[in-house]
Design a protein around this ligand. Sequence first.
Ligand code: DAH
Length: 341
Amino acid sequence: MLKRLDELEQKALKDLEGALDEATLQAWKVSYLGRGAELGKITEGLRELSKEERPVVGRRANEVKKALEAAYEGRETSMQQAAVERSLREERLDVTLPGRSVSRGRIHPANQMLRRVYAIFAEMGFQIYRSREVETDEYNFGLLNIPPFHPARDLWDTFYTTGEGVLLRTHTSPGQILVMRERAPEPIRVILPGMCYRYEQISARSEIQFNQVEGLAIGKNITFTDLKGTLVAFARRLYGDEVRTRFRAGHFPFTEPSAEMDIECFVCDGEGCGVCKKTGWLEILGCGMVHPTVLTNGGYDPEMVSGFAFGMGTERIAMNIHRIDDIRNFWANDLRFLEQF
Ligand code: DAH
């Protein structure tokens, strides 16, 4: 029996050397130390032995059990240590590596330009009034003194919808009627920004969608001088105090008289260059005194009040300021372009 215990101990210890992973180690434990293992059976069979043999075998069996348990624990600890060391080795972080920089989102250049314009007019007391992008023929044209079949409609190539008389606004001017009808007979000083749509051939100079900022002031004794003063002040704030401006006679059905405002080309200082097409001037907006018919349509009495209005395309202005040579950049969503602003 003692010999059997020696053999058992040796075999168990030898087997243990082959247990290199957790699963084999557990299987080893079951077969040598578990219930029904040979060692257990020997202990259970002790009482069948003679009085002399019993204590000797019992002690030896106990020794073997202790030895195997100790060997098991030693193996388990070293296995755990090895696992920790392996993960330290393999998952080591190099804290000296530079971090990955997160690219910040930013305001779209078209919106940056809009905000500059808002800020300037806000300081002059203009409120921002937002109006709808889907309009009716009546507001976009009719009430602005552009009746059906009027040749001036050719200025605005229009996206019509399947709805009768419903279209995408071709300019922000219909907002004028909306504010007037809401505010009459009170005085008005607002700007009306927003997206406009035209059914145009897309090119470097024209897009089918673009932002405009419309302006409208109505009150007693408003004159063309007020219009000029306001717009010159605006140009100075946007381009700098030295900027030279000029007003040319123009034509819009909703204003009378009408004008177009130019600023001196800041690229060539008026010498004439590619940006200003050799004229020395850059057109920045259309403007005029609100036509009596439009005032009436808005609910005002043209005998009592007068007003001025203006409208500018802000992408065009941003193009001049930032020397952007292709308007399509604004909606192409190319990060290489957008990240420059
Ligand atoms: N609505 C015009 C356009 O889209 C711009 C404009 C011109 C607006 C003169 C005005 C104005 O308010 O008075 O071309």
